[in-house]
Design a protein around this ligand. Structure first.
Ligand SMILES: CC(C)(COP(=O)(O)OP(=O)(O)OC[C@H]1O[C@@H](n2cnc3c(N)ncnc32)[C@H](O)[C@@H]1OP(=O)(O)O)[C@@H](O)C(=O)NCCC(=O)NCCS
Length: 237
């Protein structure tokens, strides 16, 4: 965004007491965004957001209205929604769980109980980040970072150890003829290559702890994801 077109608008966060109020730079033609937690009026907008954000995912990997209904019933406080003028333009969903780093392999849909999140463990040591997505028209304005900050505040407020997630690799498709997924991830971590998702997650303080083959039906990454961890003790907000 050019300096001429930028202005300061406040992200309204009063609906979520554990989210720190912050100011973001946005285009003056757009409205401030609001971080809040999941409510029934968000369900349809979230289903549409999934379709806009994940064009390479198999339709079975997308969350739909019944999933959001269940997530709301199970753990509404853990589901972050971003609105502009009442429209859903971003989300961060997940649940508390224990995680066995000695046997980390898992499939996305299974680990998330088919996206119904009924495996939510209030006493679990980690927040499992099931999804973070920002509508393509709203990317690059700090909204993804704001969602992660809200998640981190949630984790700290509940005394959890951190965040675990499987990270997609949408940029791998352009390199799959030349290098393996492992080589690609190493190059992104070393900042020799840029991945629209992994580079963002590394900037948020996440560390790659391994690769998860068969994680998801995604034509862009051949089904691989990175095993990502943010350690609450790192103090990296
Ligand atoms: C990943 C995603 C949520 C990021 O959301 P976003 O609102 O665009 O991210 P932000 O604007 O907060 O960017 C955060 C940082 O990443 C950088 N970044 C984000 N997108 C970038 C891009 N395309 N090019 C360069 N840098 C980028 C920003 O510069 C920013 O760094 P900074 O805070 O040091 O300035 C968004 O791209 C998305 O929805 N992707 C598709 C869904 C997806 O893959 N989700 C993750 C599943 S594991």
């Amino acid at each position: 965004m050019s300096a001429e077109s930028s202005t300061f608008l406040a992200a309204r966060s009063d609906a979520v007491p554990w989210i720190m109020r912050r100011t973001v730079t946005m285009d003056p033609r757009t409205s401030p965004y609001t971080l809040t937690t999941l409510r029934p009026e968000h369900f349809a907008g979230l289903e549409a957001l999934q379709q806009a954000c994940y064009p390479t995912l198999h339709p079975d990997e997308l969350m739909r209205v019944p999933h959001f209904e269940s997530q709301h019933a199970v753990f509404a406080a853990g589901q972050i929604v971003v609105e502009v003028d009442g429209q859903v333009i971003g989300q961060g969903s997940g649940f508390f769980t224990d995680f066995d780093f000695a046997a980390p392999a898992h499939r996305f849909a299974e680990f998330c109980d088919g996206f119904f999140f009924r495996g939510h463990q209030p006493t679990g040591a980690y927040y499992y980040g099931a999804d973070i997505s920002v509508h393509p028209a709203w990317r690059g304005r700090g909204i993804g970072r704001a969602i992660y900050q809200a998640r981190k505040q949630l984790v700290l407020a509940h005394g959890k150890r951190g965040i675990v997630a499987g990270g997609l690799l949408p940029g791998y498709a352009a390199h799959r003829r030349d290098i393996s997924v492992k080589e690609y991830v190493e190059a992104v971590v070393a900042e020799r290559l840029f991945d629209p998702t992994l580079s963002f997650q590394l900037k948020q303080g996440f560390v790659v702890r391994g690769l998860l083959p068969g994680y998801i039906h995604d034509s862009a990454s051949d089904g691989y994801a990175t095993l990502l961890v943010w350690d609450a003790a790192s103090g990296d907000l």
